[in-house]
Design a protein around this ligand. Structure first.
Ligand SMILES: Nc1nc2c(ncn2[C@@H]2O[C@@H]3COP(=O)(O)O[C@H]4[C@@H](O)[C@H](n5cnc6c(=O)[nH]c(N)nc65)O[C@@H]4COP(=O)(O)O[C@H]3[C@H]2O)c(=O)[nH]1
Length: 607
């Protein structure tokens, strides 16, 4: 039986409908699966973002935050949190440290729908309770050409900023004390000078150099040295006003700039306070350390109008303080500049003096007071300069010491004196002790022992014919090292004396341990011997003390028979001075020697 054609069409239509429904179901299922996959990916991304220190954000058309996720501890993305950014515009957040012009520029970019990069600000995080540095970048969203808002990311750059700020700080500050360094001081000084110029006011620049820093560092170690420098920095800051600058230049040098100071009188109270404060003892690991400083001061505008000029002049004044016994402040004056220029000329001339044969030794006899016989001779250096004429050692030895030239010069003196003494012996004259001055700087910088050995070896002079004259300042350096060296040379037969005794750093304790033979009484005491009771008392005391320690004494600068008589009465052993002879060149001294020993021999012969 054939079906009615309508029934057939109906069945076909149903089958078609069922296929379409099945297809729709399949599409729907695929769509659902894709959606589920997308949602899972979104969750995974969000979870990853949550762990990162970066965060992602979105803003709507009105520039209000619509989504924020990620950012670790920095941003709250909960819409219930009052401090959450959601619903707010960026400028409604607790943001700081953005210059007004930067804000204006940023808002203009947003309003003109432009992308932006690295907008940096500081924000208070409700989650950490701290201020964080952030950097954000963003892009506008357009759908079918219609603006839909912004999206972008942010990153916490607090650590990077901290490092950057530290690097910047160190570029302008001294790491040890935290004080402004030379670069920042220069900058501040320029500002201070400009301000002083506008206000028709003055400035003082004080150059401060610690007197005994090296000694403290060497004896107590670097940790003590560092602690001392930090303490000095704190004390200096405590002595000046907020508006003044305290800076550390290098090592143990500090510069203080005092503003509103128009001359000497106005800065004396501050300088006095600095000196007092620095001298107060400080403690380090149970040990007491005391410091003192030499200070030089120069004024703007009287002494200079630039930082370099003022610094140079304050430095010169500081050196004057060092030269005159330290622990004092000096104000710059023009004479110091002339001295400095002379210093430079002398130094340049001295460099060539040895090789050009311009150095000469003069000799002066040393007499035994009781017998009247010559017992020694002192070698005294002179510089026959083509520019300056005959230069006295008092003028050029300090320059040679400062520049280190004293090392080769001192070695030359030693060898020359030893050779000359040996030549006199070879000439048949009685063996005399030749006394040679040794500078403290030679002890510090040179291998004195090798230099002395070499001079004796090359000249063939027996060691017991050489006397080395040390000054008391030699005891200002590493005392133990000096004591040991003196002892070693003594064991080889050399003699030692202390020059200018009574004028320097006398420590009886060290003197007892220092293996010497003789004290040379400074000529200032000898000169005043018959004029002031004080000088007489000093000379008597020195002679008495020396004899108790088993040392001989020699008086310098004996110019008259009366002085010689006084010295004989006091018990002084030897004399040196114009009374017997002035220092003279080797040739003249040879004649003098021959005459002296000839006369002595004749006097000793029976009549
Ligand atoms: N008013 C007066 N002065 C007298 C008299 N008798 C001697 N003099 C001077 O007194 C100084 C004695 O030398 P000094 O105390 O070692 O003092 C020396 C010594 O410290 C230093 N000096 C000299 N030569 C050398 C050297 O080769 N090396 C080192 N490092 N220093 C030296 O220079 C200082 C000065 O030496 P000079 O100018 O030669 O001065 C010498 C001498 O000329 C006198 O009766 N009256």
């Amino acid at each position: 039986m054939n079906e009615h054609p309508d029934t057939q069409a109906l069945a076909q239509a149903r089958a078609q409908l069922q296929r379409e429904i099945a297809e729709r179901h399949a599409v729907e299922a695929r769509y659902q699966a894709q959606m589920a996959q997308l949602r899972a990916e979104q969750v995974r991304l969000r979870e990853l973002a949550e762990m990162s220190s970066e965060w992602f954000w979105e803003m709507d058309e009105e520039l209000r935050f619509s989504k924020v996720y990620g950012g670790g501890l920095l941003v709250s993305s909960s819409s219930t949190d009052v401090e959450s950014p959601l619903g707010k515009r960026r400028w409604e957040l607790p943001i700081t440290n953005v210059a007004p012009e930067k804000w204006t520029e940023h808002r203009q970019m947003l309003e003109t729908r432009q992308p932006f990069k690295d907008f940096v600000y500081q924000i208070h995080s409700p989650l950490t309770g701290q201020l964080h540095w952030c950097s954000i970048s963003g892009k506008p969203i357009f759908e079918n050409g219609k603006f839909k808002g912004y999206h972008g990311m942010g990153v916490d750059i607090t650590e990077r900023k901290r490092v950057e700020m530290r690097v910047e700080f160190l570029a302008y500050h001294d790491a040890l004390t935290g004080l402004p360094n030379r670069a920042l001081l220069q900058d501040r000084m320029q500002q201070a000078i400009a301000q002083a110029e506008r206000a028709q006011d003055g400035l003082a620049l004080a150059f401060i150099d610690l007197d005994n820093f090296k000694r403290i560092n060497d004896s107590l170690g670097h940790a003590a040295g560092d602690a001392l420098l930090r303490e000095i920095a704190t004390r200096l800051k405590g002595c000046v006003r907020e508006s003044d600058t305290v800076s550390r230049q290098s090592g143990d040098e500090f510069i203080v700039v005092l503003s509103g100071v128009d001359g000497v009188q106005r800065c004396i109270p501050t300088l006095d306070k600095i000196m007092r404060t620095l001298q107060e003892p400080m403690h380090f690991e149970g040990k007491e350390i005391s410091a003192s400083a030499s200070i030089g001061v120069a004024f703007y505008p009287q002494d200079g109008t630039t930082f370099d000029e003022l610094r140079k002049k304050a430095d010169l004044a500081m050196y004057r303080s060092k030269d005159t016994g330290r622990n004092a402040y000096y104000f710059y004056d023009e004479a110091m500049n002339n001295d400095a220029e002379e210093h430079l000329l002398l130094r340049n001339g001295l460099r060539l003096a040895i090789e050009r044969g311009e150095l000469v030794l003069h000799y002066q006899p040393q007499m035994d007071i009781r017998s009247g016989r010559m017992v020694g001779v002192e070698a005294l250096l002179r510089w026959q300069s083509p520019t300056f004429g005959l230069v006295e050692p008092g003028r050029f030895i300090p320059v040679a010491e400062d520049s280190g030239l004293i090392v080769p010069i001192g070695a030359w003196v030693l060898e020359q004196a030893c050779r000359q003494a040996r030549a006199w012996q070879d000439d048949g004259l009685p063996a005399l002790t030749v006394a040679v001055n040794l500078s403290a700087v030679q002890f510090r910088r040179d291998d004195v022992e090798a230099t002395v050995d070499q001079a004796l070896e090359r000249s063939g002079l027996p060691p017991h014919c050489l006397e080395l004259e040390l000054t008391e300042s030699i005891l200002l350096q590493d005392v133990e090292q000096v004591l040991a060296l003196v002892q070693r040379l003594r064991q080889r037969g050399m003699h030692f004396s202390i020059d200018d005794f009574g004028t320097g750093y006398s420590s009886l304790a060290y003197l007892k341990r220092l293996d010497i033979d003789k004290l040379k009484i400074d000529r200032s005491f000898v000169h005043d011997l018959d004029q002031t009771a004080d000088a007489a008392a000093i000379v008597e005391a020195i002679v008495e003390m020396a004899h108790k320690l088993g040392l001989r004494t020699i008086a310098e600068g004996v110019e008259s028979p009366e002085l010689l008589d006084r010295l004989r009465d006091i018990g002084c052993d030897e004399a040196q001075g114009y009374l017997h002879a002035r220092p003279m060149p080797a040739q003249d001294f040879s004649r003098y020697l021959h005459a002296h020993f000839h006369n002595s021999a004749r006097a000793a012969q029976p009549a």
